[in-house]
Design a protein around this ligand. Structure first.
Ligand code: MTE
Ligand code: MO
Length: 375
């Protein structure tokens, strides 16, 4: 996969794992624009990057459908059959900010599978494709269909076994047009590293459900039995650890909660200023809209509301980037933190330990940075 990293990614990408390749962009650049450039979009892979011959490419639709079909990209792009869908969507890996959970309780989590992500395992792009609802209608989905399973062309190793990448989402998510099959990312064909020629985009769900290099769609009567669905991306209680964990004690993580992060300045920076410190960051909610962002200069006592400029509510499944000049009088080490309220008034857990979980997913607690203030 290294040749694709060199060809498709920025030179200063932060390599979280070399193989399977996992990388995130430098935080400062991530929030300079509300649309993430393809070369700066984070990459999360379980295995290698499959090479797909576009001339021979098709995907299958089978399972609980009246007319199982093989569909080529050309057919999918035929606007006489499928209306085109174009929208701006944020994808977030449920491992975003995992490094904070690792710092709290080192040595836990499912071994090396868990990449030590920072705040950059999130990205926003303009996707073009077709709503999966139309494709399933075309194939005559039966009412018994409860989940839609996706298969990628890639396979990966875990504990000495080889698995094909497979995940599923409930059909109700498909019926509200929140699942799309996308072939274009920010005006370009999907880069190989992001799933060329076709991937799934599941709006508001953890990135894991947005299957890349799509080869097969299977309509089934319950969640996928594949290991990515059944044994990964589970949310455990804080009492579960290495000694007592069983997969059935975790529930499947689907919708991403409201979360936010401070991208600049970074933890331990020394800031010389005249009474205000400039901060930038992002805010996102998988189940709603990141309505209000607040930043505190005293660890969470006093909060200042951030004036928004970026992306309108029209892009309901996208994040918002923000910046603020926060007043600061005190000198010395200060703890700054951020929290977001979404439009259902959900907000974030206070501390990392408030929501620590074995396997270290969904670090959505208030993001904190300590800065040395020189006023
Ligand atoms: N699809 C396949 N086929 N194989 C994968 O390893 N990783 C998933 C998802 N889709 C993965 C996949 C995970 S965990 C995430 S977070 C997103 O892809 C990341 O998408 P990106 O690499 O385009 O940013
Ligand atoms: Mo992920």
């Amino acid at each position: 996969s290294w040749e694709y990293v060199k060809k498709e990614k920025s030179e200063d990408m932060i390599h979280i794992l070399q193989f399977p390749y996992n990388g995130e962009p430098p935080g400062k650049r991530l929030v300079e624009t509300s649309i993430t450039q393809n070369k700066d979009h984070f990459v999360r892979n379980h295995g290698g990057i499959p090479e797909i011959d576009i001339g021979k490419y098709f995907f299958e639709v089978e399972g609980l459908v009246r007319d199982p079909k093989k569909i080529t990209l050309k057919e999918l792009q035929d606007e006489n059959i499928f209306p085109r869908m174009e929208t701006t969507v944020t994808l977030q890996c449920s491992g975003t900010r995992r490094i904070e959970q690792i710092h709290d309780y080192p040595g836990d989590g499912d071994e090396l599978i868990n990449a030590p992500w920072g705040e950059g395992a999130i990205g926003t792009a303009r996707y073009v494709g077709v709503s999966l609802k139309k494709v399933l209608k075309y194939c005559g989905m039966k009412p018994e269909g409860k989940h839609v399973e996706f298969f990628g062309a890639d396979s990966y190793f875990k504990k000495g076994q080889v698995y094909n990448y497979a995940v599923s989402v409930p059909t109700r998510k498909v019926k509200v047009n929140e699942v799309m099959l996308a072939w274009e990312m920010n005006g370009d064909p999907l880069p190989a590293i992001h799933g060329f020629p076709l991937r799934v985009i599941v709006m508001g769900y953890i990135g894991a459900r947005s299957c890349k290099w799509l080869t097969r769609i299977n309509v089934i009567d319950g969640p996928s039995m594949a290991p990515v669905q059944m044994k990964e991306y589970l949310y455990y209680t804080p009492q579960m650890g290495k000694q007592n964990v069983t997969y059935s004690n975790g529930f499947s993580i689907q919708t991403m909660p409201v979360a936010s992060a401070i991208m600049t300045p970074v933890d331990k920076d020394v800031i010389v200023h005249d009474g205000t410190i400039h901060m930038t960051g992002w805010a996102y909610s998988g189940s709603g809209w990141p309505e209000r962002v607040e930043v505190s200069n005293d660890g969470g006592g006093v909060w200042y509301e951030v004036p928004y400029k970026q992306l309108s509510k029209k892009y309901y499944h996208a994040w918002r980037t923000w910046s603020i000049d926060i007043p600061v009088d005190a000198e010395g080490w200060l703890e700054f933190c951020v929290r977001c309220w979404d439009d259902a008034l959900n907000t974030q857990p206070t501390y990392v330990r408030s929501a620590w979980n074995w396997d270290l997913h969904v670090t959505s607690s208030c993001h904190r940075v300590k800065l040395y203030s020189v006023n």
